[in-house]
Write a protein that binds this ligand. Structure first.
Ligand code: SAM
Length: 201
């Protein structure tokens, strides 16, 4: 990954574009902020760090779980070939899609549903980014990760989780390391903390 390109784009991306009017004035803060529906946009320094960990390449196909505001999606889309992004809340997805289209991203594909089960039609993915806290490592995401691929995922209970870097070797073996402690909203769905009432099953 081109670190300089990542940092330049990251600095140029106006976070206020991804926030509702009443939150725009706080966009510069290095803090998570509410985006509605009990969800948050992550703190910018963590978005940058997780992108570095994921380390997308220009030809990568990325699966992102938890579109939220679309801020992380924009960064992934800039740094890769294609981003397949899944969000469970239709209103958040509609807003994120509008923002990303206004920024002229044509390499992002959108799905509303339970992302904890991945998006099998377009698998395998070179990179998988999960931005909500899973209860366990979702087996279907592991299956959808390409050999040689990387996945970044917070795993653990509400309030504090371990940020995991999962790597799949060229032979398909799985390696897992804990990077640090983080705090994300809960992943819902089959591998999340509640069933979530999905309609796409
Ligand atoms: N990366 C996002 C951003 O830049 O704004 C922030 C993501 S927010 C911390 C987590 C998102 O995951 C929420 O929008 C939530 O609705 C979504 N989510 C939770 N469980 C999900 C699931 N099973 N499938 C898809 N999205 C899910």
């Amino acid at each position: 990954m081109d670190q300089k390109e990542l940092e330049t784009f990251f600095r140029s991306l106006d976070r206020s574009l991804f926030l509702e009017d009443d939150m725009k004035e706080y966009a510069y803060l290095d803090q998570p902020l509410p985006i509605g529906f009990g969800q948050t946009i992550s703190q910018p320094s963590l978005v940058l760090e997780m992108t570095r960990l994921l380390s997308p390449e220009k030809d990568s196909r990325i699966l992102e779980i938890g579109t939220g505001s679309g801020f992380q999606t924009a960064i992934l889309a800039k740094m890769s070939a294609e981003v397949y992004t899944v969000e469970r809340i239709v209103e958040l997805m509609e807003k994120a899609k509008k923002r990303l289209e206004a920024l002229n991203f044509s390499n992002v594909f959108y799905k509303v549903g339970d992302g904890s089960r991945g998006w099998h039609e377009y698998a395998p993915y070179d990179r998988i980014m999960v931005t909500a806290a899973a209860r366990v490592l979702p087996g279907e995401l592991v299956n959808q990760l390409a050999n040689g691929g990387r996945m970044v995922i917070p795993i653990g209970p509400p309030f504090v989780q371990e940020l995991k870097l999962i790597t799949k070797t060229d032979d398909g073996d799985i390696q897992m390391e804990t990077v640090e402690m983080v705090r994300f909203v809960e992943l819902q769905g089959q591998y999340g903390w509640t069933e979530g009432g999905f309609t796409d099953e």
